[in-house]
Design a protein around this ligand. Structure first.
Ligand code: UDX
Length: 452
C-alpha cells in the first residue's frame, strides 16, 4: 500500500512513521521546507520518546519519505491523511482553513481512487466539507475520479504516542462506503493483532467520538480537582477518596488524579470547540462549561497556596519550579499550568528559577529572560524560598531530600502533583502543601498511609 500524510505536526509525524514501521510506503508532506529538510536529516520538530529512532530507521529503509510536493504524494496513493492543524479561532471554534486547503490540493492532483481521511480533530460535518472541496477541484479539472472521504480520529497521548498507535485500545473509522471500509481495514490490520477492535461507524459519529472522548476525560479531571479542593476544606484526603472510588470498575482508576489542571494541545482546545459547536447549534453544554471553568481556576491553586503560606508577602522571594511541560515525557508547553503559575509569581514580585528535563528550550522560547533557567533540579533550588513541583517527571519523584534542604533557604514544598508523602516530608522538617489534603493540619491528615 502507498499512503500520503499531509502535515508533519505531532499527529501527522507519528501516524506516518508508525505506518512506515509496519512496511507501508509513506510520504509525509509539509509546506514548511525547513521542517522537511530537517526531517530528511532525522531532525524532529517535536520531542516524543522513540520517534527519532523510528523516523531514521524507516527513512533508511526507504519506506518513509518527506517532501513539500503534494502532487507526487497524492497522485496514486491508496489513502491520504489530512493531519494539519486546526487552531482555535478567537471564539473557540476550530479554524478549518488549512484542512480545506489540503483538500483542495488533493482534488487538484488526485489521479485514481483514493480514500481521503481526516486525522486532525475536526468538528462534526468537516468530512462533508472536505468532500465538497475535493469535488470542486476535480470539477475545475474536468475530471470525475472516484474517491471516498473518511474520518479517523487519533487518541494518541503525548509521551506515549508510539505505543498508543502501534497497540491501540481501539481504532475508530467513520466511512460512507464499503470500498472505503475495505481499504481502511487493510491499512489497519497490522495494528489489530492485540485483539482490540476497529470500530466502523458513520462519519459524523466518528467525528463526534473524538470530542466526546476528550471531553469525558477532561470532565473526570475537573471533577476530581473539584473533589480535591473540597476534601481539603473538609479534612478528607483525596488520595484515599480516589482509591476508594477508583476501585469501582464503573468509575475506574485512570484519569482521576487531581492536580493543577489539564493542559496540552487537546483537552483545552477540544472542550472549547465542543461548547462552541453546541452553542452554534442552539445547545448549551452545561457540564463542559463547568469543566472548563474549574480547570481555569485549578491552574491558580498552587499559586494561591504559596500566597497563603507567605501571608501575601511574595515580593523578593525566590521560587524554584520543577517541571514546565504540561505533563511528563514531552516538551509541549501549550496551555501548561506552569505558564499561569509563573505569570502570577512574576506579577507578585518573585524571581523564578526553573528546571525541566526536556522543555527548557521551549520555555526559553516562550518566556525569554523573565525567569532563570537552572542547569538541573538541584541548581534551581539554590537559596530558594520555596519549591513548586509542577510536572511529575519521574526524576523528581525520589530526590535526595537532604540535598534539597541544604540548598534551599526555606524548607517549603508545594507539590502540584501529589508525588510526595506528607508524613515523610513533615518528619524531614519541610512545610509541605499538596492538592486535596490538609497538610498544615496536624491530624488526621498525616495519619494517611495509603499512597497510590
Ligand atoms: C489527550 C488524550 O489522552 C488523547 O487520547 C488525545 O488524543 C489527546 O489528548 P495528551 O494531551 O497527550 O492526550 O495528555 P494526557 O496524558 O491525556 O493528559 C492531559 C492533561 O490532563 C495533562 O495536563 C495531565 O497532567 C492532566 N491529567 C491527566 C490530570 O490532571 N489528571 C489525570 O488523572 C490525568
Amino acid at each position: 500500500m502507498k499512503i500520503a500524510v499531509v502535515g508533519t505536526g505531532y499527529v501527522g509525524l507519528v501516524t506516518g512513521t508508525c505506518f512506515a514501521e509496519v512496511g507501508i510506503d509513506v510520504t509525509c508532506i509539509d509546506i514548511d521546507q525547513r521542517k522537511i529538510d530537517n526531517l530528511c536529516q532525522g531532525v524532529l520538530p517535536i520531542y516524543e520518546p522513540g520517534l527519532e529512532e523510528m523516523v531514521t530507521r524507516n527513512v533508511d529503509k526507504g519506506r518513509l519519505h518527506f517532501s513539500t510536493e503534494l502532487a507526487g504524494a497524492v497522485q496514486d496513493c491508496d489513502v491520504a491523511f489530512i493531519a494539519v492543524g486546526t487552531p482555535p479561532g478567537e471564539d473557540g471554534s476550530a479554524d478549518l482553513q488549512y484542512v480545506l486547503a489540503v483538500a483542495r490540493g488533493i482534488g487538484e492532483h488526485l489521479s485514481s481512487y483514493s480514500v481521503i481521511v481526516t486525522k486532525s480533530t475536526v468538528p462534526v460535518g468537516t468530512a462533508a466539507k472536505v468532500r465538497a472541496e475535493i469535488e470542486k477541484a476535480l470539477a475545475k479539472r474536468g475530471e470525475s475520479i472516484e474517491f471516498d472521504v473518511a474520518s479517523n480520529p487519533e487518541f494518541l497521548k503525548e509521551g506515549a504516542a508510539i505505543d498508543d498507535f502501534l497497540k491501540p485500545d481501539r481504532i475508530v473509522v467513520g466511512v460512507s462506503s464499503e470500498r472505503a471500509e475495505e481499504v481502511m481495514t487493510k491499512l489497519y490490520k497490522p495494528f489489530l493483532l492485540n485483539g482490540h477492535p476497529i470500530i466502523f461507524m458513520d462519519i459524523p459519529s466518528a467525528e463526534m467520538t473524538k470530542y466526546a472522548a476528550n471531553a469525558m476525560l477532561a470532565t473526570k479531571i475537573s471533577f476530581m480537582n473539584d473533589v480535591a479542593n473540597l476534601c481539603e476544606i473538609m479534612g478528607a484526603d483525596v488520595n484515599m477518596v480516589r482509591r476508594g472510588i477508583g476501585s469501582d470498575a464503573r468509575i475506574g482508576t485512570k484519569f482521576i488524579y487531581p492536580g493543577i489542571g489539564y493542559g496540552g494541545s487537546c483537552f483545552p482546545k477540544d472542550v472549547k470547540a465542543l461548547i462552541r459547536t453546541a452553542h452554534e447549534n442552539g445547545y448549551d453544554m452545561q457540564v463542559l462549561r463547568a469543566v472548563e471553568s474549574v480547570n481555569d481556576d485549578q491552574k491558580s491553586v498552587l499559586f494561591n497556596k504559596v500566597s497563603k503560606h507567605f501571608s501575601g508577602k511574595l515580593k523578593g522571594l525566590k521560587i524554584a519550579l520543577w517541571g514546565l511541560s504540561f505533563k511528563p515525557k514531552t516538551d509541549d508547553m501549550r496551555e501548561a499550568p506552569s505558564l499561569v503559575i509563573i505569570e502570577k509569581l512574576l506579577v507578585a514580585g518573585c524571581t523564578v528559577s526553573a528546571y525541566d528535563p526536556v522543555a527548557m528550550k521551549e520555555a526559553e522560547h516562550l518566556l525569554g529572560s523573565s525567569i532563570a533557567y537552572a542547569k538541573d533540579e538541584f541548581d534551581a533550588l539554590i537559596d530558594a524560598d520555596a519549591l513548586l513541583v509542577v510536572t511529575e517527571w519521574p526524576e523528581f519523584r525520589v530526590p535526595n531530600f537532604a540535598v534539597v534542604s541544604r540548598l534551599m533557604k526555606q524548607k517549603v514544598i508545594f507539590d502540584g502533583r501529589n508525588i510526595y508523602d506528607a508524613r515523610e516530608l513533615k518528619e524531614l522538617g519541610f512545610a509541605y502543601h499538596c492538592i486535596g489534603i490538609q497538610t498544615t493540619h496536624p491530624e488526621p491528615a498525616f495519619a494517611a498511609k495509603a499512597r497510590l
